[in-house]
Design a protein around this ligand. Sequence first.
Ligand SMILES: *Cc1c(COP(=O)(O)O)cnc(C)c1O
Length: 231
Amino acid sequence: MTSIAEKYRHVCQQIEQAATQAHRSPDEVLLLAVSKTRSSAEVLALHQLGQRDFGENYLQEALDKIDALNDQAIVWHFIGPIQSNKTRPIAERFAWVHSVDREKIARRLSEQRPADAAPLNICLQVNISEEESKSGCLPSELPALIDAVKALPGIRLRGLMAIPAATDDPAEQRAALHAMQQLFQAAKTQVPDLDTLSMGMSGDMEEAVAQGATIVRIGTALFGPRNYANN
Ligand SMILES: *Cc1c(COP(=O)(O)O)cnc(C)c1O
């Protein structure tokens, strides 16, 4: 068994190496630790090793951990599917939301963000592999969605997020990540200060960094296989 400290060091090294190989500064790539199904104690252990940003998919599970770790300087990101009747706690308790894929959700988050909080950082999720019944707007819908949400108060549009279809074919993997890079460049012509491309998971983080990712979302490589008993 490899300890969490060793896994953490290894993932940080992988990101650094991938950035260096891509002639990018490692500082341009933020590691988001995806802690779904992991306990508060595991999150705390990783936080105490220096990890600041944590991503959660399931709202109730996330809120329990946010409450349990209330006194820690953790930055919480919501990365899971969003039901429109569950936006309020997301607007109130998170710093980032990566999985906004329709105007209605963005409007609700905007209205429900507390007035005394900094704007909620938002990424628009794109269904880059155009999979049936997957979250995310279609690439063709993205320009209109950007226009609809870019000026909403209470939120700050930071960039794009994607979960490309799982594949064993490196060329197909690279093509999807590259398509996201191009969509991101196009989006910046609409909103020049976009700075976030959230893509890359345990299986494709190196290629994602090569294709311009600024946030990689890593679960398994940090924590081991998901522990659904905790969920
Ligand atoms: C679970 C999950 C991850 C992490 O995936 P791993 O393959 O375990 O690194 C990243 N992003 C999202 C949206 C997820 O749901």
